[in-house]
Design a protein around this ligand. Sequence first.
Ligand SMILES: [Zn+2]
Ligand SMILES: [Zn+2]
Length: 457
Amino acid sequence: MERELKIIPVGGLGEVGRNMTVLSWGEERVVVDCGIGFPASGDRNGLVEQYLPDVSVLGGKPIAAVVLTHGHDDHIAALAHLIRSGCPIGKIVGLPFTIELVRAKLSEGIPMPSTSIATPGRPVTTGAFSFEFIRVSHSIPDASAVAITTPIGVVVMTGDYKFDMTIANLRRRTDKARLAELGRAGVLAVLGDSTNADEPGRTASEDTTFDPIHDLVAGAPGRVVLTSFASNVDRVDHAIRAADATGRNVSFVGRSMLRNVGIAERLGELLASSREPVPARDLESLRPRRSLVICTGSQAERNAVLARAARGEHPNLMLGKGDTVLFASRPVPGNEPDVEVLVAELVRRGCTVVTHDDAPIHVSGHARADEVEEMLTALRPRFLVPVHGEPQMQEAQARIAVARCGMDRADVVLATNGDVISLRESSIEIVDHVDVAVVEADGDGWPVDAPRPAGRR
Ligand SMILES: [Zn+2]
Ligand SMILES: [Zn+2]
């Protein structure tokens, strides 16, 4: 057999989102991440709410394992699409928080492949591969890089990461010692996150958002509504602590917020111990000054809590004069116009709105240039493929590798979705290209042009 590892990025290159990579050794194939992308508003009158990776490249043939770096939708939310495509999946592997999110998302009528909950430092093996999960800082519990031992050497997928080395919660720190150990032992190739590589310096620590959130909550005259990604457990944790410190009751509103808080609590990922949360239906009985609502909808999703409240359509959350709304978030690219409209609606209702532009209540989960350098310096790879990001972000990582880490430009491969990358012990090159489409889907993840099973709306 040719001693060659084939790597095919199916999504996530030249774009933000839709991350999916296929690795194959002979007949054995594994998939790393399987996520959705987010269309800009206005596509097909809002019918298209997700972009999916083109899983037809797998031809319905078996996959030994689907390995998940973390639980964000751009890494796991296309799993249902992959399962429906008919590829038999040996197992889905990830750290506990990731697997719990997958189980919760797939529980609605999709046959669940077997899952394997990994532990950092204890590799999980398929035929030709072994996968070791290494903790990294990001913006969700259990984010990880994955070191994949193959017959020709170690390939590290960084996943989404940053180096938050001052965060109080040690489980959220990148395990730099282990990365450096791998680097000393020899890393053949790195597939590295490029998202913020084109921004200078370092991303601030998650913990820097606590004081500003606390101060805004303390100074608010009436009710406070804080919105963030439901998966950003540490941000939710800050909000709960701010409520505790200022004598407010916490209410979680929104299906995914309740679900994620429940999972985080069960797994011990939520550190704050709030008094019993007040259910949404009892919000009206609370004095506004005693209430802090944590809800979904920071991206102005039409059916999420915040957009409905702004339209006056939420049964339990009435917003108006005296209320303060904190956007502890940042619009994902493409959502900016929708978020602006939402903010305007809230202001028109009389709310005071604070966004990340007004106060430092949000930090990114992605490495900036200095941290990208830190990752590559720790891992010292022979070859690099910048992934996850628009072309200028991939290019920025390539430049860091060459100018700051001494890599040879010829050893850095700028690929696009569908490229077939051939990796050998002493070479890397793009040897072929397969056509991969962007599959448009509705909010439930069903392709809009595909026939649906009978009985669906
Ligand atoms: Zn992520
Ligand atoms: Zn991502």
